[in-house]
Write a protein that binds this ligand. Structure first.
Ligand SMILES: Nc1ncnc2c1ncn2[C@@H]1O[C@H](COP(=O)(O)OP(=O)(O)OP(=O)(O)O)[C@@H](O)[C@H]1O
Ligand SMILES: [Mg+2]
Length: 220
């Protein structure tokens, strides 16, 4: 369960203050698939980064399950993120000198999972995402859609309950983008993950249980 109460994020630029997130209150239930929409600069990524414990908020309250996130410093936010939240990015954010397999292995290494157990988990996720055959290739030798599948496999291995995706189809053609969204939807339903997707694409948003529209840092 994600609960935000009057959350604000302010950036100071010399004399200027930018209210990137300007008083957002919302609940997202476990297992929900939510799309966040809104024009460029409306505060979508800022909001997602706060939800993802990537960034500190300026004001307000944020509860992730029973944990109070507000007031926590970056070091603690990092710990909370590691065991609760996985990210999928527009540009995939893969390590280009690592193979597909090794990219998916990274969160498991960070969690000190044994080699044999790692192999089992990674192979299961690579098969689920349909990229098992590509496991020894490096990201630069596979397509954008395949790279995004790799990034989703990496998001899944840590078994976190919340998956956040910031324009995951933004760098993909229409058809591939639709495939990636279907996959996220399948993961939401089958693996019972909470999925929050920032998108500009109406079609993507139509797949969601709920659409939240943001303008000037506020829900409209
Ligand atoms: N690190 C920062 N420092 C100062 N201002 C920032 C910073 N990050 C974002 N902003 C400002 O906060 C506002 C919200 O930005 P944000 O990136 O959340 O928008 P967005 O809705 O994700 O836009 P886009 O669709 O273009 O990705 C914008 O006015 C932006 O310029
Ligand atoms: Mg953004």
């Amino acid at each position: 369960m994600i609960r935000l109460v009057d959350v604000k994020k302010t950036y100071k630029n010399g004399e200027d203050t930018i209210n990137a997130v300007d008083g957002i209150t919302m609940d997202i239930a476990d297992g929900e698939f939510v799309a966040i929409m809104g024009s460029s600069g409306s505060g979508k990524s800022t909001l997602l980064n706060i939800i993802g414990c990537m960034d500190e908020m300026t004001e307000g309250e944020y509860y992730l399950d029973e944990i109070s996130i507000h007031g926590k410093k970056m070091k603690n936010l990092h710990k909370i993120r590691k065991s609760n939240i996985s990210f999928v990015f527009q540009n995939f954010a893969l390590m280009n000198h690592y193979s597909v397999y090794e990219n998916v292995e990274i969160p498991l290494l960070a969690n000190n999972i044994k080699k044999k157990d790692r192999k089992k988990i990674i192979e299961e996720k690579l098969k689920l995402l349909g990229i098992y055959e590509l496991r020894n290739k490096v990201p630069t030798k596979i397509s954008g859609g395949q790279q995004q599948r790799c990034a989703i496999a990496r998001a899944l291995v840590s078994d976190n309950n919340v998956i956040l995706a910031d324009e995951p189809t933004g760098a993909l053609d229409k058809k591939t983008g639709e495939e990636i969204i279907s996959l996220l939807k399948e993961i939401n339903k089958k693996e019972k993950k909470t999925v929050i997707v920032v998108t500009h694409d109406e079609k993507v948003a139509k797949n969601a249980d709920r659409i939240i529209v943001i303008e000037d840092g506020k829900i409209v």
